[in-house]
Design a protein around this ligand. Structure first.
Ligand code: IPE
Ligand code: IPE
Ligand code: MG
Length: 248
């Protein structure tokens, strides 16, 4: 009998943190760290393609990051636009389906147009779904889900008593994808920073001191190795999990 296949997360969600500190430690402008961080994104995508991860969600820019100094925000927008121009064709060639979550109306029209074009071009791909969270906030996500349900009620299509977990889950971002199995945050901080608040309910959390631009396959493999030996109980007992297995 062949040994069991290693348990690979179907959906990996990452807070790519530490770009600014990476640059500051080198006495360079923070933007240099963001550029180095963009290289780590490619490494991470390669890793997921190689290991057979189905969905990779990357936190690229939070709702709160708009509050950073104007020059950092505009440099990040240029970097984002450049990445959209440069990388999408190659991602398409490699079978990656690209999607964006977050308040895209906050971006300049040229960026919004590129986002739509990337999604349209890659919509039929199935090897890896790459979700970029840009101008995303977990609280905003929940607020818009509540608003959408309230509109259904106001239109007479839904009763308040019918609002349950499944209806709310259908309105938040990533509703059509499996929830994240593994969450990674680089950069040494142990917090969620308004990432996927609803979707991370039973996700395994993994943190590393490694700054995002220093990411390599060894770090990602360490996270996967740790994930492979964790027991996910989803509120049940270990004995129940052993007999019936779990995967909601
Ligand atoms: C993450 O790196 C990238 C973005 C938030 C855009 P940071 O820019 O937050 O880097 P640190 O945390 O200041 O080192
Ligand atoms: C979270 O990192 C957002 C992204 C990585 C895009 P932050 O650097 O914004 O988070 P805080 O401010 O340290 O909580
Ligand atoms: Mg940070």
């Amino acid at each position: 009998m062949s040994p069991p296949l290693p348990r690979i997360p179907r959906h990996l969600a990452i807070i790519m943190d530490g770009n600014g500190r990476w640059a500051e430690r080198r006495r360079r402008p923070r933007m240099i760290g963001h550029r180095a961080g963009a290289r780590a994104v490619n490494l991470c995508i390669d890793f997921c393609l190689d290991r057979g991860v189905q969905v990779l969600t990357l936190f690229a820019f939070s709702s709160e990051n708009w509050g950073r100094p104007a020059e950092e925000v505009s440099a990040l927008m240029k970097l984002f636009m450049g990445a959209l121009e440069r990388e999408v064709d190659e991602l398409h060639r490699r079978g990656v389906r690209v999607r964006f979550i977050g308040q895209r109306e906050k971006f300049q029209p040229a960026i919004v147009q590129r986002m739509h074009a990337a999604e349209a071009l890659t919509a039929g791909n199935a090897r890896l779904t790459l979700v970029i969270a840009a101008s995303y906030g977990g609280r905003q996500d929940l607020a818009q889900a509540a608003r959408a349900l309230a509109e259904e009620v106001a239109a007479g299509r839904l009763q308040p008593a019918d609002i349950d977990e499944a209806r709310l889950a259908a309105q938040v971002a990533l509703a059509d994808l499996p929830p994240p199995d593994l969450f990674i945050r680089t950069g040494g901080d142990h917090r969620i920073s308004n990432f996927l608040l609803w979707q991370l309910a039973y996700t395994e959390l993994w943190f590393t001191e490694t700054l995002w631009p220093d990411l390599d396959a060894t770090v990602l493999q360490a996270a996967l190795d740790d994930f492979a030996v964790r027991e996910r109980r989803f509120g049940l007992t270990a004995a129940q999990v052993a007999t019936q297995g779990t995967c909601p």
